[in-house]
Design a protein around this ligand. Structure first.
Ligand SMILES: *Cc1c(COP(=O)(O)O)cnc(C)c1O
Ligand code: SF4
Length: 356
């Protein structure tokens, strides 16, 4: 019976909708279900003119619009240029094809070692545990990724675990997606227990935006599941702007720390969002205030439909240098780009600045 319920949950998760309606869903799932799914509704909520939706319809057909209320509440009402709004508002620019922008910008496809499992770098694998995300970020490099093909059903989960168990060079498993915390506690407990049963897996990492965009997800139940893990846990959150870190996100982060997770942040350098040293310095300070260290600042991956967010490399290097003059080294994220086929994310050096 339990299995049937879990299968149901897996299926509903895949459809980007929260848990079953026949039993009381946790509060976070209800909150997730109540997300904005129409651009007009969000604009109305923020006191912005409906005309701002512009031709966003075509863009939203390519990649659906979705914003939880907890995130909408951090957007400044009445400000069409708000840096958080920019990350989620579909734009007609997304429909413009640009040279160099592709559906598989980072070579994920060639790294698929088993369904839903990417083995790109030595010693660590990345699992696409679900295709669902609480928020749809318009710059997302996985927006073109074929999730249904790679999602981990129960059988595929066994295949992925068998792959990991057979390669003792794999010391770290990254639960990613989509957003791994979009899975319910039962699924996460299954993952952690299965990975803990593989002796060479010493570290488990989550790549998640939920503590920032739907902090209610981080509840006592989740903390309980995480604190059971034997492997060392790291949670890499994803915040791009200091306004994303409010008291609710702070509570979620505190709970994750109490559950024993080390906390890091990754950001994407985005035009019109965080393309100033001031903003990035404030972000690092805010993160540190919540016990989170900055990890990576990614150059935009050139995924189709995201070109309007691009900050050219030379400018990125300048911004990063300014950041280095303002902050202690441990608060400066590494500026990196991902190059398909390379054995690691590549640090962006001043010498690169002439190249594209
Ligand atoms: C980014 C990434 C990782 C993790 O890289 P780190 O440098 O360890 O953070 C692992 N696998 C894939 C496929 C990735 O894209
Ligand atoms: S939360 Fe992450 S994976 Fe999901 S849409 Fe945003 S950037 Fe993409």
């Amino acid at each position: 019976m339990l299995d049937i319920i879990k299968e149901r949950l897996a299926i509903t998760n895949e459809k980007h909708t929260p848990g079953p309606s026949q039993c009381q869903p946790p509060a976070w799932q209800a909150e997730w279900a109540a997300s904005f799914r129409r651009v007009e509704d969000l604009l109305d909520y923020l006191g912005l003119p409906a005309a701002l939706a512009g031709q966003s319809g075509a863009a939203a057909r390519l990649f659906a619009f979705r914003v939880p209320k907890a995130y909408a509440d951090k957007i400044r009402p009445g400000d069409p240029d708000d840096p958080l709004l920019r990350q989620v508002l579909p734009s007609a620019w997304e429909t413009v094809a640009r040279p160099g922008y592709t559906e598989d910008a980072v070579g994920d496809r060639q790294a698929i070692a088993a369904p839903g499992l990417l083995h790109k770098y030595h010693g660590r694998v990345l699992l696409i545990t679900t295709g669902a995300c609480a928020v749809h970020c318009r710059y997302c490099f996985r927006r073109g990724f074929d999730y249904p093909e790679s999602q981990l059903t129960r059988r595929r989960m066994q295949q992925a675990l068998a792959y990991i168990a057979a390669d003792d060079s794999i010391a770290e498993v990254i639960l990613s997606g989509g957003d791994p915390l979009a899975l319910d506690d039962g699924h996460l407990a299954d993952w952690l227990a299965s990975l803990d049963a593989i002796p060479h897996v010493r570290r488990i990492r989550f790549h998640t935006r939920l503590p920032v965009v739907l902090p209610a997800r981080v509840n006592a139940g989740l903390a309980g599941v995480l604190s059971q893990a034997k492997a060392k846990l790291t949670v890499v959150i994803h915040a791009n702007h200091p306004n994303e870190l409010d008291a609710a996100a702070g509570r979620a982060l505190a709970l994750l720390r109490q559950a024993g997770a080390g906390l890091l942040n990754q950001s994407v350098l985005l035009r019109g969002v965080n393309d100033r040293a001031d903003t990035l310095a404030a972000l690092s300070e805010a993160l540190f205030g919540y016990g989170v260290l900055p990890y990576y600042l990614h150059l935009l991956d050139k995924a189709s439909g995201t070109g309007h967010f691009d900050v050219p490399t030379a400018e990125a290097v300048t911004i990063h240098r300014q950041l280095q003059t303002r902050l202690p080294g441990y608060l400066v994220p590494r500026l990196v780009r991902e190059v398909a086929g390379m054995p690691a994310k590549i640090p962006v050096m001043p010498a690169d600045s002439g190249k594209v």
